[in-house]
Design a protein around this ligand. Structure first.
Ligand code: NDP
Length: 294
């Protein structure tokens, strides 16, 4: 068996085109352009790149982006004051505080300050809490986990009653993915660094989600024949044949696992592009909520 390769790049592009069309229709009806505020604290180069990518994606979709940059030395109060100002700013529908924040800042307190209606990253403790409760819906779901579910749906993966194994329990990927899978009635096992017999646990999975940050950790014999495998990992490995000296690989040994899985995401070009598409979708949703409320 050779797996179907789930083309996240194309799926995300189609989604972004649909979002751009929705934004154009909103504007044609006389509503203002949706607005996303990005808050970058400090000079983490990766964060700078991510924020720039998000701003560019907004521009392409017709969404206004408002960039705020605070110095590495910004105090807790300064960051929270900015977030509160953005909460009160009617042209801002979504607020994205780029994580991680510099050491010394209390991330949870900052995320808690974001208005629930503008929490387009879905990391507000109340939105995450609702994800964990039966019969409750979050206003916004974190972007990468939502992208994972979107990709599973794109290949028609049967989630109800499926054995799903999630490798990783982080706040931003593993845990919310697991909670979303539970909401879709999968039977979910969450694995982490203290899990025993990891290959054995993984080999029971109909749906396997890898989000550990360990290059090519998931091998062929960890994967059940016909499983759907979603690889969230993005890892740099040295590669002298590349001009930049490295290449990106996932948490799954792609070439060998694709021989047993029924469908699999590549890295790059799988989950990565979905994250930004979901952010745009959440921002438009926030704008629709604001327009309906006014
Ligand atoms: P974290 O480092 O926050 O979490 C990693 C998780 O994996 C932890 O729960 C950890 O366990 C577990 N883990 C680590 N090593 C092992 C191991 N050897 N065996 C079993 N479990 C292990 O990472 P993130 O969740 O933030 O990110 C995971 C990956 O996804 C990274 O490669 C990251 O770059 C990528 N990523 C990709 C995104 C995208 O848009 N495509 C977005 C966000 C992340 P424990 O809890 O016990 O420490």
């Amino acid at each position: 068996m050779t797996a179907k390769i789930i083309d996240g790049k194309t799926i995300a592009l189609e989604l972004r085109e649909a979002i751009a069309a929705e934004v154009a229709a909103m504007k044609a009806k006389g509503f203002p352009a949706p607005g996303l505020a990005t808050v970058l604290v400090g000079e983490n180069p990766a964060s700078q790149v991510y924020v720039r990518m998000k701003q560019k994606a907004c521009e392409k979709a017709g969404i206004e982006s408002y960039g705020y940059v605070l110095p590495e030395t910004a105090t807790q109060e300064e960051v929270e004051t900015l977030v509160k100002e953005l909460n009160d700013d009617p042209k801002v529908n979504g607020i994205l505080v780029q994580l991680p924040l510099p050491k010394g800042l209390d991330e949870e307190r900052v995320l808690n300050t974001i208005s629930l209606e503008k929490d387009v990253d879905g990391f507000h403790p109340v939105n995450i809490g609702r994800l964990a409760q039966k019969g409750r819906e979050s206003l916004f779901v974190p972007c990468t986990p939502e992208g994972v579910i979107y990709l599973l749906d794109s290949v028609g993966a049967e989630l109800e009653g499926a054995n799903a194994v999630v490798l990783g329990r982080s706040n931003i990927v593993g845990m919310p993915v697991a909670l979303l899978l539970v909401k879709r009635n999968a039977t979910v096992t969450i694995c982490h660094s203290r899990t025993k017999n990891l290959p054995e646990v993984c080999s029971q999975a109909d749906i396997l989600i890898a989000a550990v940050g360990r290059p090519a950790m998931v091998k062929r014999d960890w994967v059940k024949k016909g499983a759907v495998v979603i690889d969230v990992g993005v890892n740099r490995v040295d590669d002298s044949t590349r001009e930049r000296g490295y290449r990106l690989v996932g948490d799954v040994a792609f070439d060998e696992v694709k021989e047993v899985a029924s469908a699999i995401t590549p890295v790059p070009g799988g989950v990565g592009p979905m994250t930004i598409a979901m952010l745009l979708r959440n921002t438009v949703r926030a704008a629709n909520l604001a327009n309906n409320a006014s």
